[in-house]
Design a protein around this ligand. Structure first.
Ligand code: AMP
Ligand code: MG
Length: 404
């Protein structure tokens, strides 16, 4: 049995970047940029009004106050998308909408709420400063400036930046193709009514969601019965087609747990097959011709925990990402949690914050067959290997997993 850090190190040694590809803008979400992005334009491309109001010359308002109301002549209206060719002169104003180009000659916009207008007369009751409510030409970024550094992750905000700069596709690091095989004679399609002894194949769906959530390519190969020969053929096929192969179930020591034997038979190099963690002990990691193989346990919450701990960082590393693990912080247990020493335990809980402190509450059984507990949880508490039972009032490290 290996400990978690050793397992991660062994996996890490086998991962490498797969290359670079061009992706359509939207498909690049969650990928890592493989090029520096330079601005092709000045943003904004013109002096832009930040408010609905009136474009004016600020020096027309130097003496304006409630006692000394100024009057300007409204020459017209400029809406977003318009472009005025003329020049605004002293004594004049243009009504202007948010996002519209501030006309030549104008150097400020006064908000509509602060003025009064009667027909073509504009009344101003205060002094307006130069550049007030004007987003200046090129103020955000100029042509040729570096907009986003290579190796940055593309989040929705970067999609927005790239779109505003006119990039409809970008160079990113390739993501691995991940083949998914679920094993088990008890499994039926999720649309089926379950008969005696059967359960719905939920793992295929969780796995597919986990992979596609990282914007890697999932290649779902369906359910394989607990038959050694069929499994072998499926595994061989998966290893041909994908960069990473994940199996669900059949990874333990039961009479029909054939995954490990099959890996041995095809000559895969098994690096480890047990990790000192709960849930998720029977995880096998193997390599075969530079392909990576993860045999994960079939218990639904073990499967997801193992994916999060070992497969996700692998996929992310291949995609050029650093460690995306959320930070751990001290959490006080509000309930007792039973456990045995020997393995590091991940306990799914609800973490609540009160003032500056965090508290963990039970949300259900920690049985690794139950997904409901994980679904109700927003965090995990990490109980070290040496500790057995953990009691209310004790403090352990925890982290958020997904926020509700
Ligand atoms: P195994 O790892 O094959 O021994 O399976 C452990 C447990 O996980 C058993 O209770 C299985 O019924 C369940 N299980 C296995 N595969 C799946 C699956 N694809 N979807 C949901 N549950 C599964
Ligand atoms: Mg099974």
């Amino acid at each position: 049995m290996v400990n978690i850090d050793d397992a991660l190190n062994m996996i890490c040694k086998e991962t490498k970047i797969l290359g670079i590809e061009n992706k359509d803008l939207l498909s690049s979400i969650n990928r890592v940029l493989a090029e520096d992005i330079y601005s092709k334009d000045n943003l904004p491309p013109f002096n832009k009004s930040a408010m609905d109001g009136y474009a004016i010359k600020s020096n027309d308002t130097y003496n304006c106050s409630k006692e000394n109301i100024c009057e300007l002549k409204i020459k017209g209206i400029i809406k977003a998308g318009d472009f005025l060719n003329g020049t605004l002169k002293n004594g004049e104003a243009y009504k202007i909408m948010t996002g519209a180009p501030v006309p030549k000659g104008a150097d400020a916009v006064i908000e509509i709420e602060k003025v009064e207008s009667k027909e073509d007369k504009l009344l101003i009751f205060e002094q307006v400063k130069e550049n007030n409510n004007v987003i200046k030409f090129g103020e955000e970024i100029k042509i040729g400036d570096l907009a986003i550094n290579k190796n940055n992750i593309i989040r929705p905000v970067e999609i927005g930046v790239l779109a505003s700069l006119g990039y409809s596709s970008v160079k990113v690091y390739k993501a691995p193709t991940v083949a998914l095989i679920v094993t088990g004679d008890e499994l039926v399609d999720i649309k089926s009514n379950i008969k005696n002894g059967q359960i719905r194949n939920s793992n295929e769906y969780s796995l597919k969601a986990l992979v596609t959530n990282l914007n890697a390519e999932a290649l779902s190969l369906g359910i394989v019965s607990d038959d050694k020969e069929i499994l072998k053929e499926k595994i061989k096929y998966a290893l041909e087609k994908a960069d990473i192969v994940i199996t669900s179930g059949g990874a333990s020591v039961g009479d029909y747990d054939f995954v490990k034997d099959t890996l041995k038979e095809i000559g895969a190099d098994i690096k480890f097959s047990k990790i000192a963690i709960k849930p998720g002990k029977p995880v096998t990691f193997a390599t075969f011709n530079e392909k990576l193989f993860f045999a994960l346990p079939g218990n639904p919450s073990s499967l997801i925990t193992s994916f999060e701990n070992f497969v996700k960082p692998t996929i992310e590393k291949i995609m050029g990402k650093g460690n995306s693990n959320l930070e751990e912080f001290p959490v006080t247990l509000m309930d007792d949690f039973k456990g045995k020493p020997g393995r590091q335990k991940y306990v799914y809980v609800e973490i609540k914050r009160k003032d500056k402190d965090y508290y963990a509450y039970k949300v259900g059984s920690q049985c690794s067959n139950h997904l409901m507990t994980m679904s109700r949880a927003n965090g995990i508490i990490i109980i070290p290997k040496e500790v057995g039972n953990a009691k209310a009032g004790e403090v352990f490290n925890g982290k958020f997993i997904f926020r509700k």
